[in-house]
Design a protein around this ligand. Structure first.
Ligand code: MRU
Length: 343
């Protein structure tokens, strides 16, 4: 069963508000591209592939705002739309990838068609991005299960943040592998790290695992070292926001420490991500623009102070895991050891 998290119909983008989960399952309706950009920035929709899909539909809405201008003005307007959506979050390459794809379709269509046809072409492109992601998710799941089977049976696996249906608009990458491998009896139990400060692991991953009746336990972000030391974790699998040519991975803050701890405890650590998460333009993780978010996310929980008034906090949303800590990348094209195998 695929969760319906992003739907586009009659020039309206409906997304599940991930910031309200698990308390409330509410859908919000977006009709302007600016609302889409704001929803990405505020993480109502989040996860690398999902923000790419949402931005692609946002681009369609942006076209509606500009479609009645002359061609030059329309193209200028669309450049503004692209920049606005792009600046909503900087780290995940999928956002940039999806918008470049949309722009290409616009430039191609703008020379040939009437305005209504251009709009239909853009919606078609955004629908394809969404559909292709679902297909990739399913292949990643199958490839990942096969890979995990080699690690052993009755595995206890750890995942971080949320790389499930919510994060991809379909089925999920890392969590897709986990759900599939659980169904096939390869995984016994899942540990989900809370993922401070936004708690995507606790709020969203546990929500999804619960819906799928996958046995799981929530752990604090500070617990993995001890669990690994006690032999309670057999493999670690996470998603990715951007993968450099040398294999360095940007993913949710805390991923690097999990990979380092897994290495120390001889536990395989792998990444599940679609080919669209690979950035072949950059050589190493050092070139990745890591988003820093408001310190308020660290200093308050549900409006209550977590530290004395006046305490300052630093809040990087992602970190970089060096390639040498990663055992393999599960993609829709198979499990690879180095990104250049995809080129
Ligand atoms: O800040 P978020 O919640 O958008 O970060 C999400 C992650 O880091 C995910 O692990 C990543 O996007 C992969 S989603 C398939």
């Amino acid at each position: 069963l695929v969760l319906k998290v992003i739907e586009f119909k009659n020039s309206e983008l409906k997304i599940i508000d991930q910031s309200a989960l698990p308390d409330r399952e509410v859908f919000i309706s977006l009709r302007e591209w600016q609302d889409v950009a704001e929803s990405i920035e505020k993480m109502k929709v989040r996860g690398a592939p999902a923000i790419g899909i949402a931005a692609a539909y946002g681009y369609c809405l942006g076209f509606l705002e500009n479609k009645n201008c002359g061609k030059k003005k329309m193209l200028e307007g669309m450049l503004k739309v692209k920049k606005g959506l792009l600046s909503s979050r900087p780290t995940a390459v999928n956002l940039q990838w999806a918008l470049e794809r949309m722009e290409e379709r616009l430039l191609h269509s703008a020379t040939e068609y009437e305005r209504e046809d251009i709009y239909a072409a853009l919606v078609d492109e955004a629908n394809s991005i969404k559909k292709e992601q679902l297909n990739s998710d399913k292949k990643i799941s199958r490839n990942g299960s096969r890979y995990l089977r080699r690690v052993g049976k009755n595995l206890n696996v750890l995942t971080h943040c949320n790389a499930g249906a919510m994060a991809t608009g379909g089925w999920g990458t890392a969590l897709g592998v986990i759900k599939n491998a659980y169904k096939e009896g390869i995984i016994r139990k899942v540990y989900a790290g809370e993922t401070r400060p936004r708690m995507q692991g606790a709020k969203i991953t546990c929500y999804e695992l619960n819906k799928k009746s996958v046995e799981h336990e929530l752990i604090c972000d500070t617990a993995p070292g001890y669990l690994m030391y006690r032999g309670m974790i057999d493999a670690v699998i996470t998603g990715a926001d951007r993968i450099a040519l040398n294999g360095d991975v940007a993913n949710k803050i805390g991923t690097y420490q999990l990979a380092a701890l897994a290495d120390r405890n001889s536990i395989p650590f792998f990444i599940a991500a679609p080919v669209s998460s690979f950035d072949f333009e950059i050589d190493t993780g050092e070139e990745i623009n890591v988003e820093y978010r408001c310190e308020c996310e660290v200093l308050k929980i549900n409006g209550m102070l977590t530290a004395p008034e006046g305490t300052r906090a630093v809040n990087p949303a992602f970190d970089i895991t060096p390639a040498d800590l990663i055992h393999g990348y599960v993609t829709e094209k198979g499990v690879i050891k180095k990104p250049d195998e995809l080129q």
